[in-house]
Design a protein around this ligand. Structure first.
Ligand code: C2E
Ligand code: CA
Ligand code: CA
Length: 699
């Protein structure tokens, strides 16, 4: 680097040189020649401008100089000093400042200065050269400054920039995603969540069904919610109709058994919590069956509707009394009550009604309602111009003293009702002190329906032997009641009862259905035996019997040959003509018919011959005594002969010994049935018995 070079001029106030000096090598040129243009500009200034410092770059012989003209003496101006320096002489400083090799060239290309570290030749892989022009005060180019950038450094900077860029891009993306999520949240997720909440509300309580959900702003969701709202409304209507059907008695429009039980269960829960008592009361119309039989079903139905209205009216009045007696809030009676707390009257079926009596302040309140009911029934009912009087009997059980489950309360109310009938009273309250046996009987009676509904019945089977072939010909289905507390109850203890209670119809249907299903299942195991089912007289006179039997056969996909029906001799005698019609229909269907307990009635064989039956079963009382009683043996003998003459087959029941069996064979009896062969047994046990029996033959 060259040495420092400075020229200094002193001027008077008219810019005439009065003195000058020079620092550094002298051979640069004559005094005052360098930076004449700056001096010229200084001279042209006016007034106060002369006291300002003037500076600028100037050129002389292709070199750049820096010059400064400074006034001397302040306001009392005495002259000017001009400083001219060569800025390029101080390049070391520039080089250090830039931290890269520098080269300076004059306008005509002469090199003025070059760093030691300057790399010659074209730009290589590790550096690039950049050129800049320094402009003079008049706008002309003065000096070219060239610098060499180190590429390594450059690359490093680029990498740093790229990293920075990528980080920046990441941050921007994150911000964008968050923003998008926020927008999504506002437009989709929030309404979606609201929608789901509404769906959950519907799920938790079906009463919310049909309640429209507010439409969201989002178009797609709007459509979805709209569709849901439509669907929900339609479902609500359908549900209401369904509930109406499922929980309303269609004849009287009163709640039915299902709804009554539901409310009873709710009331039990509620009353347990509040430690309150309530009553369950049953009403049975005394002479309703007679009305039905004499005036026909249509008027019977009409009567039930009238009575239902009366009962409702009584209850409305009763609940008013109860409410007013309880508190005096002045509310409309019943309005503030929960559903379960409402006094309810329901029709359980047939001529049986049930009441739920909460808020009555114990037995007395219930007794008052009972009295009102009996009074209301005393007034004759006008049905199509017929004045009909129906009395009713009522039985009451109280929660919690008589039971704390719906089933027990209903059963006990039923027991109370039967006791009332028994003692010929209108009304009785359940009392645990009733004679245990009669209560047991009455309780059984009350429980019969649940025996059928709850599947407590089962069938036992007893084989019937073909004496000629020595093979099992068929089995007789004999019903049993598997009572949860009392164990296995034989049919004689509940068949007559079910006839009285009008339950023999459903019971028989159950027996036929179960027997046919059993037949099918045996058939699949390769056991093909006809099954005989007993029909009680009440069932025999049901005109819909043939159709019901047919339905059961179709359902089990069996031919009529699978089934035999046994009717007692006595039953056919009640109404011989009607019996004839129904038996003929069954016979035409291809079902074989037997006359059961033959010999105990007063019919003649010739009468029986007119019936389309295939066989008679000689009552077991004669057969069992054949060994000991000559008379009975003669009766059996005569019956077999006569029956054969009339073309009927003969079964002997009650065969308890080998001796009787051989006697029957000698008498040419066709079939035998009795404990000696097998007692009635469960289906599985019959299969086991058959497997080892000498009478199995081909089946
Ligand atoms: P049933 O139709 O005369 O049935 C035969 C009864 O005699 C059966 O009594 C059977 O166990 C019994 N028995 C069979 N072999 C012998 C024997 O060798 N010695 C003695 N001492 N008894 C014998 P179970 O099963 O108690 O049935 C009694 C009655 O109940 C039946 O008499 C029938 O009238 C009725 N019953 C049974 N099941 C049904 C049914 O599903 N519907 C109807 N309506 N009545 C049924
Ligand atoms: Ca029988
Ligand atoms: Ca019999």
């Amino acid at each position: 680097m060259g040495q420092q070079w400075v020229q200094l001029y002193a001027y008077d106030t008219s810019y005439e040189v009065v003195a000058w000096s020079q620092l550094g090598p002298s051979a640069r040129g004559e005094v005052g020649i360098i930076c004449q243009e700056l001096l010229a500009r200084a001279r042209q200034r006016r007034g106060a401008e002369h006291i300002k410092i003037l500076s600028g770059l100037c050129q002389w012989k292709g070199r750049a100089y820096f010059s400064l003209i400074v006034p001397v003496g302040g306001i009392q101006q005495q002259g000017y000093l001009q400083l001219v320096t060569d800025p390029l002489a101080n390049m070391v400083n520039l080089e250090q400042f830039l931290d890269m090799p520098v080269r300076l060239s004059s306008v005509n290309g002469d090199r003025v200065y070059r760093s030691h570290a300057w790399r010659g030749g074209a730009a290589g892989q590790d550096f690039i050269t950049a050129h800049y022009w320094l402009q003079g005060g008049a706008g002309g180019r003065l000096t070219q400054v060239s610098v060499q950038h180190d590429l390594d450094l450059f690359n490093q900077q680029v990498t740093e920039s790229r990293n920075l860029l990528m980080t920046l891009a990441g941050v921007i993306t994150l911000v964008m995603v968050l923003f998008t999520l926020w927008v999504l949240q506002q437009s989709m997720l929030r309404p979606m969540r609201a929608f789901i909440n509404q769906l959950n509300l519907v799920r938790s309580d079906r009463r919310n069904l049909g309640r429209p959900i507010e439409l969201p702003a989002n178009a797609e969701l709007r459509e979805l919610v709209q569709v849901f709202n439509d669907m929900s409304r339609e479902l609500a209507v359908a549900y209401e109709e369904y509930e109406d059907l499922a929980f309303t008695d269609q004849l009287t429009a009163l709640p039915n058994r299902a709804l009554f039980l539901d409310r009873l269960r709710q009331l039990i829960l509620l009353s347990k919590r509040k430690s309150e008592r309530f009553g369950v009361m049953l009403l049975d119309l005394d002479s309703f069956k007679e009305v039905n039989d004499t005036l026909g079903h249509h008027l019977g139905d009409e009567l039930l509707r009238h009575i239902a209205l009366r009962l409702q009216r009584i209850l409305r009045a009763s609940s008013t009394i109860a409410r007013v007696g309880e508190d005096n809030t002045g509310e409309e009676p019943g309005k503030a009550l929960l559903e379960a707390e409402e006094t309810t009257v329901a029709r359980l079926g047939g001529d049986e009604f049930a009441f739920l009596l909460p808020n009555l302040g114990g037995v007395d309140g219930a007794v008052a309602v009972a009295r009102r009911v009996t009074e209301a029934l005393e007034a004759p009912v006008d049905v199509d111009g017929n004045l009909i009087v129906v009395a009713g009997t009522l039985g009451l059980a109280m929660f919690p003293e008589h039971g704390d489950s719906a089933e027990t309360l209903l059963r006990r109310a039923d027991v109370a009702l039967y006791v009332a009938k028994h003692i010929q009273s209108d009304f009785s309250v359940y009392d645990p002190a009733y004679d245990r046996n009669s209560v047991k009987q009455l309780a059984l009676k009350a429980e019969l329906r649940s025996a059928i509904d709850d599947d407590q019945l089962l069938l036992y089977y007893q084989p019937k032997l073909d004496l000629e072939k020595g093979c099992v010909a068929s089995v007789e289905a004999l019903v049993r009641w598997q009572h949860p507390e009392q164990g296995l109850i034989p049919p004689n203890q509940f068949i007559p009862m079910s006839e009285q209670r009008g339950l023999i119809g459903p019971l028989t249907e159950w027996v036929i259905h179960t027997a046919l299903q059993q037949h099918r299942s045996w058939q699949e195991q390769g056991i093909d035996v006809k099954i005989a089912v007993n029909l009680s007289s009440r069932v025999l006179y049901d005109l819909s019997l043939p159709a019901k039997v047919e339905q059961a056969l179709v359902k089990a996909q069996l031919s009529p040959a699978a089934l035999a029906l046994e009717i007692t001799e006595e039953a056919t005698m009640l109404d011989p003509e009607r019996a004839m019609i129904i038996l003929q229909r069954l016979n035409e269907m291809g079902i074989s018919l037997s006359i059961d307990d033959f010999g105990t009635g007063h019919s003649s064989l010739s009468y029986l011959k007119r019936l389309p039956v295939d066989e008679i079963k000689i009552d077991r009382s004669f057969v069992m005594e054949m060994e000991s009683s000559d008379n009975d043996a003669k009766i059996v003998h005569a019956t077999i002969d006569l029956a054969h003459n009339l073309g009927l087959k003969v079964v002997a029941e009650g065969v308890e010994s080998e001796h009787i069996l051989s006697m029957l064979k000698t008498l040419n009896c066709d079939y035998a049935q009795g404990f000696h062969l097998s007692r009635p047994v469960a289906a599985d046990d019959l299969v086991k018995w058959l497997a080892v029996s000498e009478y199995r033959c081909g089946i």
